[in-house]
Write a protein that binds this ligand. Structure first.
Ligand code: G6P
Length: 369
């Protein structure tokens, strides 16, 4: 193999730990600049962004989850209405094309058949302002999009995507800041503050990865389970979805993600001692709501595994396990909170003895329909 494993046992493990570096590489051009410029996305970006009134994002798998996170950022920071669609659905749906839509695709490979077809479908409806966030230069999506931002994650070999995801999120955050700035929604002080937070991100990620030994202990509680539930709220709901996807992909344990407020509309009926409930619990505006959702699970005998921020203040008690990350990272928090979920799946897979890098029935890149 051209890419060496080095001290690691699996590519997925290597790629999880490469994330701080991959992020720093992806952000290099941004970190070196004193201010943000639309040119990061291409020469035509300034004109295209000026006429953009809404955004449509098309993607599959893990890249779709990155799109779902971006929707929260695009609406709350840049004030741009955003729709996210699974590419395989969008390409066959009769939909209404709105004028001045920026059509975005997100893809590690740039070669996913459904995403390419969805982009072509959008163009056939007259939407020709296109932007891709992609990890492979010269890929089909890069060639077929007017604007582009290359993530610099390096080759990703593990079928379960990790560093491609976090670098996509970093790229998306840069896009959100550029759009917000161009739309006059980002004060210079706020721009500097958010740029500083971005620059600090690789170090913060490094700190989060240090909790691996605690996660390794937790993983043992998952390996013999058949079902798991992942909960999150707001911008962390897609992170719960990504955590559930990782667990399904490499451990074959059934994992379902729910927006925690929706618990009472169904999944609460499933809760018992045999279904661990993983919770993404950052110290954000929804934390009190989330805490009462956790009470609902606990009252029904569910066992909680909570990934909190250091300042979340959820205490360990019978049936409630808590691992604290760093202090709450504000808007960038999803990029930190996905890391322990990747590690949890990785270690649960090791306990189960599944093929981490090449899970059954899955392909790294799905280039046929
Ligand atoms: C496959 C891979 C996933 C990936 C998805 C989309 O299903 O196994 O890890 O998220 O394709 O791939 P893309 O290259 O478009 O991001």
């Amino acid at each position: 193999d051209a890419v060496e494993l080095g001290p690691y046992d699996h590519y997925m493990q290597k790629e999880i730990f490469e994330q701080p570096g991959a992020l720093a590489n992806t952000l290099e051009m941004v970190s070196n600049a004193s201010a943000l410029s639309p040119n990061l996305f291409g020469a035509e970006a300034v004109d295209i962004f000026a006429r953009t009134q809404q955004i449509l994002i098309l993607a599959c798998g893990t890249s779709y989850h990155a799109a779902c996170v971006a929707r929260y950022w695009l609406e709350s920071v840049a004030g741009l209405p955003t729709t996210v669609e699974i590419a395989s659905e969008y390409r066959y749906r009769t939909s209404v094309a709105l004028p001045n839509t920026l059509v975005m695709t997100i893809s590690q490979s740039g070669e996913t058949a459904d995403t390419i077809a969805a982009l072509q479908h959008a163009k056939s409806l007259g939407m020709n302002d296109t932007l891709t966030i992609c990890n492979v230069p010269e890929s089909a999506l890069i060639r077929q999009s007017k604007l582009r931002f290359l993530t610099r994650a390096g080759p990703e070999i593990g079928v379960a995507s990790t560093k491609a995801f976090t670098t996509q999120l970093a790229a998306l955050f840069v896009l959100v800041l550029v759009l917000a700035k161009q739309r006059g929604q980002l004060a210079p002080a706020q721009e500097q503050e958010l740029l500083a937070a971005l620059r600090h991100l690789p170090a913060a990620m490094q700190h989060v990865l240090e909790i691996e030994p605690q996660i390794q202990t937790w993983a043992k509680a998952f390996a013999d389970k058949r079902h798991t539930l992942f909960l999150g709220r707001g911008v962390h709901y897609p992170i719960a979805q990504e955590g559930a996807l990782k667990l399904k992909e490499i451990t074959y344990i059934h994992a379902e993600a729910y927006a925690a407020g929706e618990l009472k509309h169904g999944p609460l009926a499933l809760v018992d001692a045999d279904m661990p409930v993983v919770v993404v619990a950052p110290n954000d505006a929804l934390i009190d709501k989330l805490k009462s959702n956790l009470q609902e699970v606990r009252a029904r005998g569910g066992e909680l595994f909570v990934f909190a921020d250091r300042d979340t203040h959820i205490s360990e008690e019978d049936g409630v396990h808590v691992i604290n990350l760093v202090d709450h990272a504000g808007l960038l928090s999803p990029i930190l909170h996905v890391l322990p979920l990747q590690l949890l799946s990785y270690h649960a897979a090791l306990v189960k003895g599944t093929d981490v890098d090449k899970p059954r029935n899955l392909a790294k890149s799905v280039t046929v329909e």
